[in-house]
Design a protein around this ligand. Structure first.
Ligand SMILES: NC(=O)c1ccc[n+]([C@@H]2O[C@H](COP(=O)([O-])OP(=O)(O)OC[C@H]3O[C@@H](n4cnc5c(N)ncnc54)[C@H](OP(=O)(O)O)[C@@H]3O)[C@@H](O)[C@H]2O)c1
Length: 264
């Protein structure tokens, strides 16, 4: 299948590791020019070197803290100026913490949402006029299966994810007249640094080994494993491609069949 991504320009937020890194790799391998943004410049540069050496892609490193409005705008402008246009935005940078509902302080709710809700909203708002002026674009919001599966220990993440699916649908309506297609991808547990630290926390609380906790988590999935970052990245690459030009306003959950209920 020819995804026709060669020469397209993309910005992947949180592109230095985990799911964002896999997406940047995937887009680079398909011939796109990729900008990756995260806070840690050294890790960004390492990832950029790896992508360049394995895919030959043009990779732009743009360090920034996307929980800050001025940083979001600077990153969007930097990518537009360097690449000349911006065909694809993948909103992915997020780091919402779980915890006991009765103990999570306001600062944690607001701080975590400043990245995973406001960071997505602000970046979409920054790139929208660029995409409108150039005649179209694609936006994929990496959300999370907690949107459909509330858990008491992860309410800040569940609320943010539900809201971002609503946002994706509304933004798709807004973008359609300008040929801007907006979708959401919701991963369930995915093998990244973030997931490993969550498993370690859960193991400590349950008094189990990390291996036992990891195996128990995987056992809840019908496919008896959690996702790899590439499982998520492959779908994102498809959704931003020419092969998905009639898909907008939807959220696709990548969970190995774990979510109960049917989607209509
Ligand atoms: N892994 C899972 O099981 C899972 C499940 C459902 C949904 N998700 C969602 O998928 C997305 C990626 O998760 P992941 O597991 O790949 O996470 P990860 O491995 O922790 O990577 C997060 C990325 O975001 C960057 N980042 C964090 N805070 C940032 C900030 N303030 N400004 C800019 N960049 C920032 C990180 O780099 P720096 O730290 O250097 O900034 C890193 O590149 C998140 O939105 C997450 O909620 C993940």
């Amino acid at each position: 299948m020819n995804l026709e991504l060669s020469g397209k320009t993309a910005l992947v937020t949180g592109g230095s590791q985990g799911i964002g890194r896999a997406i940047a790799f995937g887009l680079g391998a398909e011939g796109a020019k990729v900008a990756i943004c995260a806070r840690d410049k050294t890790r960004l540069e390492e990832t950029a070197r790896e992508i360049k050496s394995k895919t030959n892609a043009d990779v732009l490193v743009v360090p920034g803290d996307l929980s800050q409005l001025d940083e979001v705008n600077r990153v969007a402008t930097t990518v537009r100026d360097r690449f000349g246009r911006l065909d694809i935005l993948v909103n992915n940078a997020g780091a919402i913490r779980g915890g006991d509902f009765l103990k999570i302080p306001d600062e944690q709710w607001a701080g975590d949402w400043s990245l995973k809700i406001l960071g997505y909203v602000r970046m979409a708002r920054a790139v929208f006029p660029i995409m409108q002026a150039q005649g179209g674009g694609r936006i994929v919001n990496v959300v999370g299966a907690a949107a459909r599966n509330p858990t008491p220990g992860y309410l800040p993440g569940g609320i943010a994810n539900s809201g971002l699916i609503n946002f994706s649908k509304g933004l798709a309506d807004l973008g359609a007249p300008s040929n801007i297609l907006v979708t959401a991808v919701s991963p369930a547990a995915t093998a990244t640094t973030r997931w490993e630290s969550l498993i370690a926390q859960q193991a400590a609380v349950a008094g189990k080994t990390v291996e036992a906790q990891r195996a128990e988590a995987a056992s809840h999935y019908p496919l008896k494993r959690i996702a790899t970052p590439e499982d998520i990245a492959d779908l994102v690459c498809f959704l931003v491609s020419a092969r998905a030009s009639f898909i907008t306003g939807v959220c696709i959950t990548v969970d190995g069949g774990a979510t109960r209920g049917v989607y209509l």
